[in-house]
Ligand binder design. Structure first.
Ligand code: FAD
Length: 412
């Protein structure tokens, strides 16, 4: 577990630390070793705080695993060096390693961390000195959490054009925020929300004139209603309403009017991270299905010995390894500062579709047992759907790839 590297590493106590240069300068062999150590650390914590029984029970109770979160924080796996960095984000390969392992077990915690990593990424790039001290540092230390509120009832894929949430600036520089955001992950367990609101009519593109705000979860005028959803039950999904919420001038994150563009700059990382969770779900489901197939007996032999079952399972393994290769390439390109937008879009599509395929296969292999909440398969089957449409739908990513990868005319 002990590795010492110039740019940062897993120290002797099993806590991730990072040198002042961040991770950008670390060579990939060293990062591979760090990523393996990170995976081992995450799995130790899952064994202790989020085994199958605990995760299944919390899913049924719709409850957040605070113990696991605190353990991840103490091990440095929430901040991954953000607390020490100035503007350099953590190495994307380390975030991917944490998220894949969580995705293969307590999936809702993986979703929570996708949001935390995105929030910290935005803060690391755009926060003022005071916001960094008051919001980024406690987040990175795992003492607080953040939610990210972009989607609205009238629009998800085309949210910039459909945005009704508005913030108006008063003569003293303070703001009044009103509107609603839906399908927001984790506001009930968050301390702050990053909220995107229209602050000016767009001059040319609908993505202009939108600003990011840091809104305390308990601010007067904020109402949070949990939605009844069919998956990701270990993290609340909510409708958040804002009724004339008064915010000081310093609640603005980044630049007034450029918030949507600033969010776009972090989307690459979010796609990579969504792909990592989906890959974890796919792997977790395939492992569980293969294990069950080895143990379940029919016609006097394990069902794993039937060719029809093997073909199904192997097809999933091929999809998973293909998605993994794309994700590795995308994460390495991002870490090296190379262009990673199309690779990360491909990785997100491939991994989410591998997760849907693996969980569907798992349900077929397990047949009646797949329906039982005694096994994780039904939870994987439900949870796998999320990253087929979030943060951006796979249809829309294919549109994007048509234009950016193949040079076809823009179709949306
Ligand atoms: C559990 C959960 C957690 C979430 N967490 C968050 C969060 O934390 N923060 C947040 O801001 N949002 C969150 N979301 C919202 C998520 O990002 C949106 O659901 C997603 O962006 C899709 O938007 P939509 O659901 O409004 O679908 P729509 O945009 O209404 O799309 C409906 C269908 O139309 C298709 N479509 C739309 N435009 C095109 C086009 N040009 N070409 C082809 N097809 C098209 C889509 O692909 C899709 O099939 C979450 C959602 C869920 C369910």
């Amino acid at each position: 577990m002990e590795t010492a590297v110039s740019g940062g590493g897993v120290n002797g106590s099993g806590v991730i630390d990072s040198g002042p240069a961040g991770w950008g300068a670390v060579d990939s062999g060293v990062v591979d070793a760090e990523a393996s150590a990170v995976r081992e650390l995450v799995n130790n914590l899952i064994d202790r705080f989020a085994g199958p029984e605990v995760t299944g029970r919390l899913d049924r109770e719709h409850a957040f695993n605070f113990e696991l979160y605190e353990a991840l924080a103490s091990a440095g796996l929430i901040g991954l060096g953000n607390e020490a960095s100035t503007t350099a984000p953590p190495d994307p390969r380390l975030e991917v390693a944490v998220l894949e392992e969580l995705g293969a077990g307590p999936t809702s915690m993986a979703v929570c961390l996708v949001v935390q990593y995105m929030g910290m990424g935005l803060l690391a790039q755009y926060a003022s000195v005071a916001q960094r001290r008051d919001i980024l540092t406690p987040l990175a230390e795992g003492c607080s959490r953040i939610a990210f509120a972009l989607t609205e009832p009238d629009g998800g894929t085309d949210v910039a054009a459909a945005m009704r949430t508005r913030a108006k600036r008063g003569s003293d520089g303070s703001w009044s925020l009103s509107g609603a955001k839906t399908w927001i992950s984790g506001p009930l367990v968050a301390d702050h929300l990053i909220v995107l609101a229209r602050t000016a009519e767009p001059a040319v593109s609908s993505i202009d004139g939108i600003t990011m705000f840091l809104v305390p979860q308990g601010a007067s005028g904020v109402r949070i209603n949990e939605l009844d959803t069919f998956a990701i039950h270990g993290l609340d999904t909510c409708l958040v309403e804002f009724d004339d919420v008064r915010l000081p001038a310093h609640a603005v994150l980044g630049e007034v009017g450029l918030g949507f563009r600033q969010v776009l700059s972090t989307l690459n990382g979010e796609r990579l991270n969504a792909a990592a969770v989906a890959l974890g779900i796919a792997r977790g489901a395939l492992d569980a299905a293969a294990r069950y197939a080895r143990e379940r007996v029919a016609f006097g032999r394990p069902i794993a010995s039937f060719q029809a079952q093997q073909v199904r399972l192997v097809d999933c393994a091929i999809q998973i390894e293909s998605a993994r290769a794309l994700l590795d390439r995308a994460a390495t390109a991002a870490a090296e500062g190379k262009r990673a937008d199309t690779l990360s879009a491909m990785a997100k599509v491939a991994a989410s579709e591998a997760a849907v395929a693996a969980t569907d296969t798992g349900m077929r292999v397990m047949a009646g047992a797949g329906f039982s909440t005694e096994f994780a398969m039904e939870r994987f089957f439900r949870d796998a759907r999320l990253y087929t449409f979030a943060p951006l739908t796979n249809d829309m990513l294919r549109n994007y790839l048509g234009e950016k990868h193949l040079g076809l005319p823009r179709c949306f």
